[in-house]
Design a protein around this ligand. Sequence first.
Ligand code: NDP
Length: 446
Amino acid sequence: MQVVNPATEEPIAELEQAGVEETDAAVARAKAAFPAWRAVTPSDRARLLRRLATLVEENGEELAQIETRNVGKPISDSRGEVGMVADVFHFYAGAVDKHHGETIPVAGGVDMTFREPLGVVGLIVPWNFPLNISSWKLGPALACGNTVVLKPAELTPLSAMRLAELALEAGIPEGVVNVVVGKGSIVGQRFVEHPDVAKIGFTGSTEVGRMVMEGAAATIKRVTLELGGKSANVIFADADLEAAAAAAPYAVFGNAGQDCCARSRILVERSAYDRFLDLLVEATRDVKVGDPEDDSTEMGPLISAEQREKVESFVDGEPLFRGDAPDGKGFWFPCTLVEASNDDRVARDEVFGPVAAVIPFADEGEAIRLANDTPYGLSGSIWTENGARALRVARAIDTGVLSINANSSVRVQTPFGGFKQSGFGRELGMHALAGYSEIKNVFVAT
Ligand code: NDP
C-alpha cells in the first residue's frame, strides 16, 4: 500500500499490508513473549520504559517530521505531541511499581489483592494523533506487564513503526511490542475475534467502536472505547470575552478539526452574542493555514480527499465566516463558522474537520440543556468569571473531561475518556492502569 502526504498528495512510503496470517503470527509472537515480560522485575520494566522515553526525546525531531509528513499536521504541533509521548512513557515508567494491591480485613486469615496483567492486548489507533494515541495505550499496557499487538490506521502507519523500532532499541524484548500494518476490516477485525487477544484498546469512530464491542462479546474480551465527540464550548456573557474568543478557534480548528475533543459547538449567551461573534470572526481570520512544515503554520490539510468530501457536506448555504486555504494539491479546507440550531446536522454529527457551529442560548439552564443534548460526552469548556457557576455547570454537563476558562482536554497525569456514546474506560493518568490489569484476590487461612 502507498502512504501519502496529505499536504502534497505525493506518496512518501510503500508498505506491504498484513493480512489475517500475519496478524495471527504477530499475536502468536506476543503470546510467546508474555511469560518472560510479566516476570521482568518492576524496577527493570520501569527502566526499559524510561529508556524508551529517552529515545523518543533523542529521536524527537525525526518522529515529528514523520508525523507531519504523514498526517499533515503543523510541525510545531507534531513537536509538542512527541514531547507528550516521551512524558507518557516517563509517567508509566514511574507508575510500574505504584499500581499495587491492598490487604483487606477478613475473618480467619489474611486477604490480599494483586494487579495481574491481562496477556496479549490489541491496540487499534486512528489517523488523527497516531503517535500520541499509540503511546497512551502502550504506556499503561506495558507498565502492567502485557504484551501488545498494535494496529495503526492504514493512512498513518509510519510513526508507530518507528516507535516499535525504538522500543527494541530501548531493550524491550522482541515480541513484546508488535505493530501490524493493514486494514481495520482485516487486521483490526482479527484482533477483535482472536481468542488469544485478551483486550482491545480502541480509539476511532463510534460506528466502528460499536462493531468492536459486538465482536468482543464472542470471547468476552475487555474493551476500552474512546470514540467520537460533539463537545460544547459554553461562553457566558460574564466571561472574559476577549480571552474566550481568542481561544475558541484553536479548540475546534486545531488538527484541522480532526480531533475527538474538538469543541465544535460554540454556545454563546444571547446578551453577549453579537460582541462575541465579532471577536470570534477576527480570531478565526488569524489562524494561519498552510504548509505543515513551516514553523509558524497553525492548521494543515485534512487527512484525505474522502475526509474533505465528508466535511464539505456539512456546509450548505452561506457560512458566517470562511477563511483562506491554499489552492492546488493537498486536501485543504478553510476554517468555517456557521450559525446553527442544536438540531441541525452540523451540530449533531461529528464533522471531524474545521467547521464550527455557533449556537445562541438564553440562560444557564438552556446552556446546560443544549450542552447535554447530544449522544456524545467527551470534552468541553466553560467560560465565565463566576466561579460558583463554573463548577455548577461543570457538574451538570455529562462529559468526561471539561476545562474552565481553557481549552485543554488531555494531560499525561489526568484521566481522559467519554460518557455516553463517546465510549468508556479511561486513558492517561493512573486510571488507565485499571484498563490493562485484572484484580486477583488471594485469601490465606491463618
Ligand atoms: P475508524 O473508526 O474507521 O478508524 C479507527 C481505527 O479503527 C483505524 O485503525 C481503523 O483501521 C480501525 N478499523 C476500521 N474498521 C475496523 C473494524 N471493522 N474492526 C477493527 N478495527 C477497525 O475511523 P475512520 O478513519 O473511518 O474515520 C471516520 C470518522 O470517525 C471520522 O470522520 C471521525 O468522525 C471519526 N473518528 C474519530 C476519532 C476519534 O479520535 N474519536 C478518530 C478517527 C475517526 P483503518 O483506518 O486502517 O481501516
